[in-house]
Design a protein around this ligand. Sequence first.
Ligand SMILES: *Cc1c(COP(=O)(O)O)cnc(C)c1O
Length: 411
Amino acid sequence: MTVENGQFVIQNQSVLALCEEFGTPLYVYDGDKIEEKANALKDAFKGVKMKIKYACKANTNISILKLMHTLGVDIDVVSPQEMAVALKAGFNPSQITYTSSGVSFDEIEVSINNDVLANIDNLPTLIKFGEKYGNSVPVLIRIRPNVEGGGNLKISTGHKESKFGIAIEYKEQILEIAKKYNLNIVGIHQHTGSDIKDGKTFVEVARVIFDFAMSFPDLKYIDFGGGFKVAYKDGDSVTDMVDLGEKISASFQDFCKKYGRELELWFEPGKFLVSESGFLFGNVNVVKENPTKTLLGLNTGLNHLIRPMMYDAFHDVVNVSKPNAAVNEVYDVVGYICETDDIAKNRELAKTDEGDIICIKNAGAYGFTMASNYNGRFKPAEILIYKNKVHLIRKRETLVDILANQILVEL
Ligand SMILES: *Cc1c(COP(=O)(O)O)cnc(C)c1O
């Protein structure tokens, strides 16, 4: 989003005009930004056979999935429902992986019945898999490398206390199960967490996983998960992709040489691909003076973007109705939910009036996908702008959606 000719635009589209046309609250995604991020990642790893598996839980709108498919990005799903949407969006089953975490075996069967590679994260499920499929179906295993990484504990998945993956200490058990059922283990997967700013974490994980992988002779893929950190505010440290690309590519090539075969290197970024592409626009319902501070009450809140309340996440906010304002004031931007729902605290914004539109940035990942109908409110509409074309990719909900599965009984 930039200012052109005195107004905020995304790809030449006036954001105020979009808010006028589609109403607020409104999610807007810049598809060209998604393309730019995908290309940056591809470039960083151009020296090795690398595949991007978009971790679609970050943003599952079917048109975003279609865009990923068009960009040559594969997909990682975490439920049969995401799998179904991915198939509908046009992905071939061979481009999908199903990363399960403690799911019922029925769901693994759904994956296999759809010819989708399943990623298994615990030993009992691996045994069931062996009993049912033996070596007739390839399988991926998720390892917990016991390496710390991630912006906060809720989104750290690779450490010793984490529920995720098969602990790396159980290598012998995995090998025993693999031998007993003649398993065709084609890939080793790990995902250390989200918001990993330190490239060293990936390098350390790589060392641990490459060492582990040497005991598995049938591998085709090494999957390093996602978790690249993106900037939420000016000066935020981010994962240095070029540097990471060089380091991981070099150690991957060394590993392939030692292993005796060239494998594919997989990454599963979610946030990295979609976070910056997304903007949530809300209308200022009220400018509320308090003795100590001034609040801006928006027509959105934690029902549409829960990250500030759930993760203490920082989201930059901009008053897009006042692109040229000289006077800045300090505000707390809050939601309209009957619960504390701070969006942004102590922020300097253009002097704001009722009816102005506030843009919440970096809302493309874990925004809409974590939205709810809390307080009985509708989920917003979603817009995708790609190559200067505006597409409505989700209609705003109505009362019909709220009542869809409710049953009014005779009492
Ligand atoms: C959530 C998740 C990701 C993506 O994490 P980001 O921080 O959004 O990049 C990747 N892999 C798995 C298995 C996940 O659960």
